[in-house]
Design a protein around this ligand. Structure first.
Ligand SMILES: Nc1nc2c(ncn2[C@@H]2O[C@H](COP(=O)(O)OP(=O)(O)OP(=O)(O)O)[C@@H](O)[C@H]2O)c(=O)[nH]1
Ligand SMILES: [Mg+2]
Length: 336
C-alpha cells in the first residue's frame, strides 16, 4: 500500500490448540499393592479469540499477522492432576469488524462492542483420564482418551465501520486537504481528480482531549453507484458513519446541482445513507470576497432550505473551529 493508513481487509489463518491427552496412570504407593486408576484429564487446547477494542480504527496492525496459533493443552498426570489449558491467543480488532469464511465468503460474526469476545477457533477438548473409566468390571482401566484435535480456519476480517464523519464530494473538492488541516493525517493532495485512491483516516483532537474520526474517501462522480470512478467500492466505508460532511468547492458552477448529484449517488447506492446527519461545507471559500459570499448566501438560503451549510477554507484556515464545533455537536446530539 503506497498511500493511506487504512487497512480494511486482512486474511488470517488461525489454528486452535489440540487438547491434552488423558492420563492412564495407576496409583502406586508403598504399602498399597494394587492402586486404582488416577490418571487426570488433559487440558483443553487454546482458543483463538477476537476482542473488540474501541481505540482501534483500522486493521493495519494485523496486516502482517497472517498466521496465529493457540497453544496445545497439557497432558493429564498422575493423582488425577489435570493438564494445563493451552494458551489462548487474542486478536484485537476495531468495532465493526466483520468475520467471513475465506473460502465461502459466509459471514461468521461481527464484533461491535468494546471488550466483546468471540471465539474464532475453539481449542480441542482435553481427553478424560482413566479415572473416569473405572467400573465394577474394570477396576484398573488402562484406557484414557486422547485429546481432541484443534481446528483451523482461514478467515477474512473486514472493517465496515470507519469513522464518525465521512467526507463526501466530487474529486478535487478539497476533502484530503480538509483532513490534513483538521487532523495529523498526511494524505496526498494535488490539483487533479482522483488523487486519493484509498481511504484515509484522521483523528480530530477536540477540546478537552476529546476526539472524533474523519474518513476521507476517493471522490464520488455521477454514476458512482453503478461503479463509475472509485466511489462505488469506497461508499461502503461511509455506510455507517453517523454524519456525512459534503464538500462542494466555492468555484463549482452550480453548488446545488453538485450537491444533488452526490445525494443521488448515495441514494442509489443505499437509501439508508440519506438517514444520516448531513452538513454541507462550501470549501475553498478563500476564493470568494465578502460581496460574492453575501450573494452566494442569499442564493444558498433559498436553495438549501433547512440543510445546514457553512463556508470554510482549509488553506486560509477559515471556519475550521466552527466546523469542528458543529460536527461535535452533531455527533453528540441525541440519537434520533
Ligand atoms: N484555494 C483553495 N484551494 C484548496 C483548498 N483546499 C484544497 N484546495 C486545492 O484543491 C485541490 C484538490 O485538493 P484535494 O484535497 O486533493 O481534493 P480531494 O477532494 O481530496 O480530491 P480527490 O482525492 O481527487 O477526490 C488541491 O490543489 C488543493 O490545494 C482551499 O481551502 N482553498
Ligand atoms: Mg483526496
Amino acid at each position: 500500500m503506497t498511500e493511506g493508513n487504512f487497512v480494511d481487509y486482512v486474511k488470517i489463518y488461525a489454528a486452535s490448540g489440540k487438547g491434552g491427552k488423558g492420563s492412564s496412570h495407576l496409583h502406586r504407593e508403598k504399602f498399597i499393592e494394587k492402586g486404582g486408576p488416577d490418571g487426570g484429564d488433559g487440558g483443553r487446547g487454546g482458543h483463538v479469540i477476537l476482542v473488540g477494542n474501541k481505540n482501534l480504527w483500522t486493521l493495519f496492525h494485523l496486516k502482517f499477522l497472517r498466521h496465529i496459533k493457540a497453544g496445545h493443552g497439557g497432558d493429564g498426570g498422575s493423582s488425577r492432576s489435570t493438564g494445563a489449558d493451552g494458551e489462548d491467543k487474542y486478536i484485537e480488532v476495531p468495532l465493526g469488524t466483520v468475520v467471513k469464511d475465506a473460502e465461502t465468503g459466509e459471514i461468521l460474526f461481527e464484533i461491535t462492542e468494546d471488550g466483546e469476545q468471540k471465539i474464532l477457533v475453539k481449542g480441542g477438548k482435553g481427553g478424560l483420564g482413566n479415572w473416569h473409566f473405572r467400573s465394577a468390571t474394570n477396576q484398573t482401566p488402562r484406557y484414557a482418551q486422547p485429546g481432541m484435535p484443534g481446528e483451523e480456519t482461514d478467515v477474512i476480517l473486514e472493517l465496515k465501520v470507519l469513522a464518525d464523519v465521512g467526507l463526501v464530494g466530487f474529486p478535487n473538492a478539497g476533502k484530503s486537504t480538509l483532513l490534513s488541516v483538521l487532523t495529523s493525517a498526511k494524505p496526498k493532495i494535488a490539483d487533479y481528480p482522483f488523487t486519493t485512491l484509498k481511504p484515509n483516516l484522521g483523528i480530530v483532537a477536540y477540546r478537552d482531549f476529546q476526539s472524533f474520526v474523519i474518513a476521507d474517501i476517493p471522490g464520488i462522480i455521477e454514476g458512482a453507484a453503478e461503479g463509475k470512478g472509485l466511489g462505488h467500492y469506497f461508499l461502503r466505508h461511509i455506510e455507517r458513519n453517523s454524519t456525512l460532511l459534503f464538500l462542494v468547492p466555492a468555484d463549482a458552477p452550480d453548488i446545488k446541482k453538485e450537491y444533488d448529484i452526490l445525494i443521488d449517488e448515495l441514494r442509489r447506492y443505499n437509501p439508508e445513507m440519506l438517514d444520516k446527519d448531513r452538513l454541507l461545507v462550501i470549501s475553498k471559500s478563500d476564493m470568494l470576497d465578502d460581496e460574492l459570499k453575501a450573494e452566494m448566501k442569499k442564493q444558498l438560503d433559498k436553495e438549501f432550505k433547512g440543510i445546514p451549510y457553512m463556508f470554510i477554507s482549509s488553506v486560509a484556515q477559515q471556519g475550521l473551529t466552527e466546523l469542528k464545533d458543529k460536527l461535535w455537536q452533531m455527533l453528540n446530539a441525541e440519537i434520533h
